[in-house]
Design a protein around this ligand. Sequence first.
Ligand SMILES: Nc1ncnc2c1ncn2[C@@H]1O[C@H](COP(=O)(O)OP(=O)(O)O)[C@@H](O)[C@H]1O
Ligand SMILES: [Mg+2]
Length: 201
Amino acid sequence: MLAIGLTGGIGCGKSTVAGLFAEQGVPIVDTDQIAHQLTASGAPALEAICDAFGRECLLPDGALDRIRLRHLIFSSPEAKARLEAILHPLIRGEVRRRIKLAQSPYVMVAVPLLFETGAYREIVQRVLVVDCSEAQQVERVVSRSGLTEKEVKTIMAHQISRQERLRQADDIIDNHGELSALKRQAEQLHQHYLALASVQG
Ligand SMILES: Nc1ncnc2c1ncn2[C@@H]1O[C@H](COP(=O)(O)OP(=O)(O)O)[C@@H](O)[C@H]1O
Ligand SMILES: [Mg+2]
């Protein structure tokens, strides 16, 4: 099964592009969504998280107290590493499972920090990067989320540079312009991936 990794910096347009491929019938395996499902109330990963962080990491209804955990990992790199050691293998296992189950010529795997974590290189055959200028990233995230310009820049500083991301890309979608231009590029790439999938068999 051909699996295409989809990545890009915050606000570059990953979710928008994923939506355009989904419209063409491509299954999207979304690692953020999987992480959310794995830590929903009653989910199996909660047991391991509680073993590591205590019952205090749960809300009264048994769901993960995401805000509390976010504060904890923000202030402690060690706690962050511990949480990731629990979650990341589970997320990757679920990604592999969904790729296997897919009934389509190819699937797209959305991984915001694909290059930063490195762990998806053996799961996907190609990486598609969605790109726009850094000024546009800031502008789009500020208007989407209500984060301040400074907060967005701090997040960007923790991601690999635009230059490095582009260097490692197999395919690039240029999202500096109109949504109509984005759509055209996604449609072209979809044809390209269908052709690749048929060659790969
Ligand atoms: N070409 C574009 N023109 C205008 N707004 C855009 C464009 N592409 C994305 N956006 C908007 O910018 C914000 C960030 O896009 P999104 O797809 O959520 O990025 P990501 O998933 O990479 O963080 C969203 O509010 C989205 O609607
Ligand atoms: Mg997104």
